[in-house]
Design a protein around this ligand. Sequence first.
Ligand code: SF4
Ligand code: SF4
Length: 397
Amino acid sequence: MTAPAQARARAKVLPVDADDLAACVSCGLCLAHCPTYRVTGEEALSPRGRIAAMRAVEGGAPADGAFEEMMQTCVQCRACETACPSSVPFGRLMEGARQVLARRSVSRWQRGAYALLGHHRALLALSAAGGVAQRAGVVPPAVSRRLSLPRLPVRQARLQATGDDVWLFTGCVMDAWQRRVHAAAIAVVGACGAGVALPGASAACCGALHVHAGLRDEAAGLARRVMSAFPGAAPILVDSAGCGAALKDYGHLLGTAEAEAFSGRVQDIHEWMAARAGLLPVPRPGSGRPRIAVQDPCHLRHVQHADAAVRTVLAPYGELVELADEGRCCGAGGAYSALKPELAGAIRAQKVAVIDAAGADVVASANPGCSLWLAAAGVPVRHPVEIVAAAAGLQTR
Ligand code: SF4
Ligand code: SF4
């Protein structure tokens, strides 16, 4: 039996591929790219340290509180994957570790919150109630800060389908809190000459947060529901980086040919637009050329590798400004900023300093979690499709 085969045959504590775990050569090249290592300087909060801890657990060490803390403090940004010369699939390893820990580390209120994401009408109703409470001044500022709450919409215009050339994935929180981005996406895709179909309520939530929390079964259930909401073969465009990464991973999550085929239809909206750069609407006269700093959501840059597409899309509409941190994480991390506010805040402070130094007029971010988290720190953030729609004078209401 070969060494890798022996490793695979080994009884596993963590639901991970032993070859993946063995692939790390402890070179440390990922450390400087890890946001939690950068703000703490602790080996235990680095990718290498976390992999060493997983190996120890695999070798018989207890998955105790210290192990749990090392895993739960990971933002799951996957910057370490991009930096790793040995192609260690860190995201898969962390998902496996989180699965083992989920039973004790995901609280009942967290499970309730995750479950709510799959019930879109209830989420919209609760969000609207929150908007009313905000206006009445009865939402404690600490709650708003902890959840990076924007000013919640009380009433929202319904999105209108415009055709059937492409689907638009609308999702949960993004539709509840940033529906204006979907409206801009529909307008921009329409200006490129394509009609947009909209899914029903069963496409409520992609399950990304559930995967990150280790709730794989719940994520798989949501994935099956989402897949049933997009019949046919038309491309499925996604304007949320985290959701797009999750949808593209359904093949792996469900392990079926149907899921693989579904994932093959998913495109980040900027990938679709960049492939049609010649069809993008022209900026209207007098719209100017604002300085646009591009914030790369980790799941767009390190998972979908669509960061260049965002720049291609935005280039006609302003002067692009590169942030001097090679696309480092902002600390939002889905639910991370609410669960680990101190670490997330320290990571964000580094990001905000880099953004301030860039002297941009606006920051473009293609992920709702990042944009809410940065906006809560006073950063002027807009989604790239909003910037395009505004510059081209497109009607988005
Ligand atoms: S996923 Fe991000 S936070 Fe987690 S170990 Fe890798 S670089 Fe660090
Ligand atoms: S994860 Fe990759 S870059 Fe990081 S220590 Fe291991 S081999 Fe090196």
